[in-house]
Design a binder for this molecule. Structure first.
Ligand code: UT7
Length: 330
């Protein structure tokens, strides 16, 4: 069959204007620039202010990706929004569809926390490979600053806000060379943004559980251990599926959670430092946005060039993790 391959033909990103440096966090919690920098590599992060919205950031990133792919919003068949922090629990993808004027596109949200972009990439690929859709906008966007406990120094120093997007198009040759996805709900309790209810008896004998979502809780040590072990394994699996060896990849593009995780994974896979893409010093952990944000920067800086082979991996809450090996461009 012809034209059932996928190509990633454009990228874009958008971040809020406000920066928060490590030093400023010392006004809030007992921490130091030195602790944050040495333990995580993060120096600053962008924070959404009350006038920003998830759909606004995502739309801005999406528009840039569409422009760089050389298509128009009217060409889109599907908009996939990977996020854990929609403006509306019913989903934010349709609002983005309206803001883009992508009248033909089906739009829905997909939640897989920090793995959302990789899970979204693989999901989008299935629609193209089956011939159902030909032009897909995949956006990874999160505003975790709205859900961290700003009194909890173990988590509030880690996260930032942003959005990144790519356009996937039907193509003669298939540029998604291999992938592998995994979930393990038995470790769900290590990273949560959990709903907590207060039982309410609405009429005698009938109880409902109304409440709100609680700030992020994380067992950092366990999540670190999980990432350092599982990410190299899943990249190996994806490389095997792609029939490639690790020395054939041009770039290692991991979810930007912690520089120490990036270094440990690269070391385990024997990927030299100059092939590791890292921008977390400037943005912190932006969850579903981190991979497309780093990808877009690397493309615009001229680092990632057409035909380069990129090994990417997302990991996080769920727990979920996944890897995809793709060749940039048509
Ligand atoms: O996106 C989803 C994926 N998430 C991740 O991948 C996160 C994975 N985990 C990590 O990146 C690391 O575990 C952290 C960066 C979260 C923490 O680094 P760590 O080296 O594992 O530190 P720790 O939790 O073992 O804490 C060491 C010490 C503790 O003090 P005690 O108990 O030794 O006295 C903490 O209380 O550092 C303390 N600490 C801090 N000190 C200053 C924790 N947070 C801070 C802080 N500033 N912000």
């Amino acid at each position: 069959m012809q034209n059932l391959g996928i190509a990633i033909t454009g990228s874009g990103s958008a971040v809020p204007a406000t920066s928060l440096h490590n030093q400023q966090l010392t006004q809030l919690v007992e921490t130091s620039d030195e602790w944050i920098t040495t333990r995580t590599g993060i120096r600053q992060r962008r924070l959404a202010d009350p006038t920003d919205s998830l759909s606004g950031l995502a739309t801005a990133a999406g528009l840039k990706a569409i422009a760089s792919a050389g298509i128009t919003p009217a060409d889109l068949d599907l908009i996939l929004l990977a996020t854990s922090t929609p403006d509306d629990l019913f989903g934010s993808a349709c609002k983005i569809q309206a803001q883009l004027g992508a009248t033909k596109a089906v739009a829905f949200d997909l939640t897989a926390a920090c793995s959302g972009f990789v899970f979204g990439l693989v999901t989008a690929a299935q629609y193209i490979r089956t011939g159902v859709y030909r032009h897909i906008l995949l956006i990874g966007a999160d505003i975790l600053s709205r859900w961290v406990d700003w009194q909890d120094r173990r988590t509030c120093v880690l996260f930032g806000d942003g959005a990144g997007a790519v356009v996937l198009q039907a193509n003669d040759s298939d540029r998604l060379l291999g992938f592998a996805l995994k979930s393990d709900g038995t470790q769900n309790h290590y990273l949560n943004l959990a709903y907590q209810d207060t039982p309410q008896e609405i009429i005698p004998g009938v109880n409902v559980a109304q409440g709100t979502y609680q700030p992020i809780t994380m067992n950092g040590k366990e999540v670190y251990r999980f990432a350092a072990q599982k990410v190299p394994e899943i990249i190996d699996k994806a490389l095997f599926a792609a029939n490639l060896t690790v020395d054939q990849i041009d770039w290692l593009l991991l979810h930007q959670a912690n520089q120490r995780i990036l270094d440990a994974v690269a070391q385990r896979l024997s990927v030299p430092e100059h092939k590791v893409i890292s921008n977390l010093a400037n943005y912190g952990n932006t969850s579903a946005a981190s991979i497309p944000l780093a990808l877009d920067e690397a493309v615009r800086q001229g680092k990632i060039k057409p035909n380069d082979i990129v090994a990417t991996s997302g990991f996080g809450a769920g727990l979920t993790w996944g890897a995809a090996i793709f060749q940039w461009g048509r």
